[in-house]
Write a protein that binds this ligand. Structure first.
Ligand code: NAD
Length: 331
């Protein structure tokens, strides 16, 4: 049996399209939408889609989609859903979209998967002392097999998670399969899968602290100089969230002292200036904002959009809707 397929359009940087929608995902999208996947627009006033906009029902957005401004919304009176094949919708979905009653969904849950995996890897290696023992091996070029390294290991290590966000919850779920003692700080979470602590207590009693809160006015420099000073000697701070959560100057001072170490996938500013000492310090493991979906991981976000299209076709509610009222405390 065939069903009527809504008219749909891709709006995103074209370079992402092949990896977001490999053949198997593309076939699912085309089954449920009347769409030309080869035509992804980077501007909503692209003349090639001017004739389509009056009929447009579903807009599939991705990284690089411009803001859905009033002019676009006026030109697309039948638009009923915006399905985002990436995480945050804050950069392009305007309040006017919700005011018009247009449904919005995002693939943030799918994008959380690789970030949580990266974080689990970082926690396991940090707990093992792998980052600093690697540096020592590089320096000494020798080691003793039977050497006792008393302060490493992942048995009973205390991990503090900041933010019961999508990513934070996936991290906690991964950690539950290991022998960690996991605690959470989140002033907004209504449920908590692990014990909750105040931020100061969490910082002062964690061997590893992993940040998973969104960038909001409230989380700007959440870890300032005073709070960084609470971390125990030898602690490892992991940031895959946003650079603005940490006062970079204060962090650099702590790291220069050698008292703590850090795994940083995000920084402020980003990218760092070429002369930043964070590139040089042996107790910093720095990556260029790669924890989120990369390479073959983009297809998971494309598949999340296909899931939502299938649900629309079946008359089911969206799986991962985004409400305007939730944006203040969300990524
Ligand atoms: N490194 C990367 O490539 C990458 C990729 C995706 C997301 N991120 C970042 O990861 C973080 C989490 O993303 P997400 O999609 O899981 O977020 P999310 O939108 O699911 O997080 C929202 C939740 O964060 C919690 N929160 C809000 N304010 C808080 C505060 N002051 N203190 C503690 N918790 C607070 C609340 O529980 C809220 O419900 C964000 O900073 C996001 O930008 C990074």
């Amino acid at each position: 049996m065939t069903h009527r397929r809504p008219k749909a359009l891709l709006a995103m940087r074209r370079a992402y399209v092949p990896q977001l929608f490999p053949d198997v995902v593309r076939a699912r999208i085309e089954r449920h939408a009347d769409i030309d996947v080869a035509l992804a627009v980077e501007r909503l006033d692209d003349p090639r889609v001017a004739a389509l906009l009056p009929e447009l029902e579903v807009l599939i957005t991705g990284w690089g989609c411009p803001p859905l401004d009033d002019a676009f919304l006026r030109s697309a009176p039948r638009l009923g859903a915006v399905l985002h094949a990436a995480g945050s919708v804050k950069a392009h979905v305007t309040k006017a979209v919700w005011d018009r009653g247009i449904a919005v969904a995002s693939a943030a849950e799918a994008n959380a998967v690789p970030v949580a995996e990266y974080t689990l890897g970082a926690i396991l290696l940090a707990g093992k002392g792998a980052f600093r023992l690697r540096e020592r091996y590089r320096g000494d070029r020798t080691f003793t097999v039977a050497e006792v390294v008393p302060d490493v290991g992942n048995h009973g290590r205390r991990v503090g998670v900041v933010g019961a966000s999508r990513i934070g919850r996936q991290v906690i779920s991964h950690l539950s399969r290991h022998d960690f003692e996991v605690r959470l700080y989140d002033p907004y979470a209504t449920t908590a899968p692990v014990p909750r602590l105040g931020l100061e207590e969490l910082l002062a009693t964690s061997d590893i602290v992993s940040l998973h809160a969104p960038a909001t006015p409230e989380t700007h420099h959440l870890l300032d100089r005073d709070r960084l000073a609470l971390l125990p000697d030898g602690a490892v701070l992991i940031n895959t969230a946003q650079g603005s959560l940490i006062d970079t100057r204060a962090l650099v001072d702590e790291l220069k002292s050698g008292r703590i170490s850090a795994v940083l996938d995000v920084t402020s500013p980003e990218p760092l200036p070429g002369h930043s000492v964070l590139f040089e310090l042996p107790n910093v493991f720095l990556t260029p904002h790669i924890a989120g979906s990369q390479g073959n991981e983009l297809a998971r976000m494309g598949a999340a959009v296909a899931d939502e299209l299938e649900r629309l076709a079946a008359g089911l509610p969206l799986l991962h809707p985004i409400q305007y009222r939730d944006l203040d405390n969300a990524a």
